[in-house]
Design a protein around this ligand. Structure first.
Ligand code: UDP
Length: 234
């Protein structure tokens, strides 16, 4: 196996599937099945999930809601997604724990690093909800930070695009996909991998990132088995 402990970042938007809003149950089930396959290989799996399918902080300003308030609303949205994912994983017979960056004792544990690591060692899938618990951050930054804290081997950013391209593949027919690229190159070329806070955290801590298409069945397993899937930033 190429990795032992992974941090999988899933965007909230991906959970929408073909819907305009909210959670697509078939997409959720598909993700749970993919994660189950990886778990069966013996990996330790931590997950950060976004909230963009429900609410984004920046969206708040246009609707007259204060930015900080909006960011907290976004964090709460990630908890809704995390709970849905937890439920889907449990339906597959997997053991999970949901840890939140904002205390909400009736629904989940608070994030405590040592505890998170212990859960992973015991084979539980740990989902990190509510981002890092602070406004003006994103779930990408959460993924980077938590990955560093739990000493994950890699951040796997599951998206609907199959990697990092030289230009936007939806707009430029000549765009080519990188199979590997360095942090410096991404920066110099101004490519969009993650927001800068998230990206810099990974770079400074030598934490590789893989951007890959999570919607393609089997991709996640191939990736952790060492096949070339998506783009590796290292
Ligand atoms: N958010 C935040 N702090 C965090 C994580 C998230 O304020 O540590 C808020 C922010 O407003 C963000 C929203 O939660 O827009 C949803 O997360 P994100 O946009 O990263 O979700 P994704 O795009 O991955 O679905």
């Amino acid at each position: 196996m190429k990795y032992n402990r992974i941090l999988l970042k899933l965007s909230g938007e991906a959970l929408m599937g073909n819907k305009q809003y909210g959670i697509d149950s078939s997409r959720l089930e598909q993700y749970a099945l993919e994660i189950k396959k990886v778990k069966e290989l013996g990996l330790e799996v931590a997950i950060v999930i976004g909230g963009g399918n429900i609410f984004r902080g920046v969206q708040a300003e246009s609707s007259g809601i204060d930015r900080v308030q909006g960011d907290y609303m976004g964090m709460l949205a990630t908890v809704i997604n995390a709970m849905a994912l937890q439920s889907a994983l449990e339906k597959q017979g997997l053991y999970t724990r949901l840890m939140s960056g904002i205390k909400m004792e009736q629904v989940c544990e608070p994030f405590i690093r040592r505890r998170a690591v212990r859960h992973l060692e015991k084979g539980r899938i740990v989902i990190f909800g509510a981002g890092i618990g602070n406004p003006y951050f994103t779930t990408d930054s959460t993924a980077s930070l938590r990955a560093i804290e739990i000493e994950a081997d890699v951040v796997l950013k599951g998206t609907r695009v199959d990697g990092v391209y030289s230009a936007d593949p939806e707009k430029d027919p000549n765009a080519t996909r990188y199979s590997t690229i360095t942090f410096d190159e991404v920066y110099q070329k101004g490519l969009n991998v993650m927001d800068m806070t998230a990206f810099t955290l990974c770079q400074e801590n030598n934490l590789p990132i893989v951007v890959f298409d999570m919607n393609k069945p089997g991709n996640l397993v191939k990736l952790v088995e060492g096949e070339e899937v998506g783009t590796l930033i290292a």
